[in-house]
Design a protein around this ligand. Sequence first.
Ligand code: G2I
Length: 352
Amino acid sequence: MNLLKRLGCRRASVLGLLAATVLVTPGTATGAPDAVQASTLGAQAAQSGRYFGTAVSAGRLGDGTYTGILDREFNSVTAENEMKWDATEPSRGSFTFGRADQIANRAQARGQRLRGHTLVWHSQLPGWVGSIRDANTLRGVMNNHITTVMNRYKGRIHSWDVVNEAFADGGSGQMRSSVFRDVLGTGFIEQAFRTARSADPAAKLCYNDYNIENWSDAKTQGVYRMVRDFKSRGVPIDCVGLQAHFGAGGPPGSFQTTLSNFAALGVDVQITELDIAQAPPTAYANTVRACMNVPRCTGITVWGIRDSDSWRSGENPLLFDRSGNKKPAYNATLTAMGGTPTAAHGKPAVTP
Ligand code: G2I
């Protein structure tokens, strides 16, 4: 029933009230999306069975503004540095999990899911690994590292970045030089995935990289050929992580095509480290929409909470400003996931 008819004799005063409301809240009369519903990124993503996560740094867990946003908005957590090799096995066979445990236990206690990052990576690799020249030794060391770290969090991590950034930039489409490739050969990736599957059969095993978002890039094609080869030979791989560290222009026009093409190989895709220079709302919306349009795009992780928490903080690339306020890109992200402007909900129609 029409609100004004229901209110009968109070019609005139209600009309006055509505007129005043329209005057003080421009946008309401047209239904323009000037706000989003009282929801959160994680809850909104969950409506389509996805997660919305963030990188978390153990050193910031004492900051109440940081943890307030973390616990309100996100339902998946990635340790920004604490599960990397230099943090977990700084010397051979000596494992340290203090800071990683802090992040994992905290997330688990709050019902947040965990992404594992990362087991085999040429960077943040302790010097003792980089100086190994014997293949049997390095193979044993790599397998032991994968097995020990995965065992620690067995059953608690939904997706592991088993191998990170193994492909070269530029036009080669080949793997980059690293101690792993140079000593073990290109087969080290397959070896790592097979070891990972044995260690935690329930975890999704991902290959994760940056600059693989543009479909025609040689690097994207190189990773695509590897995943296709793995799937055809039964090498265990479940997902491709596209980091999505974008410039101000946001994702390339082919981004959704890239996600779809990987997914068509029979793997999930995940956006694993999203940040965009200057955080243009449209660039965030385009990125999120591409994921929402691909059924096997199972979740999105932003690489930090506030601009001041970012590894590229000079570019203000995240969803919250330095004080923890939502930026325009936040609303764009929530809306792109299906968040509905509050102006369309629970407010009386303005025209009778
Ligand atoms: O570089 C951006 C990301 C690219 N993809 C893989 C990610 O793991 C990587 O994350 C960044 C972290 O956000 C940074 O926080 O990885 C960097 C290292 O490659 C991290 O920076 C390092 C600093 O370089 C160190 O000086 C510092 O000790 O963080 C360390 C721990 O705070």
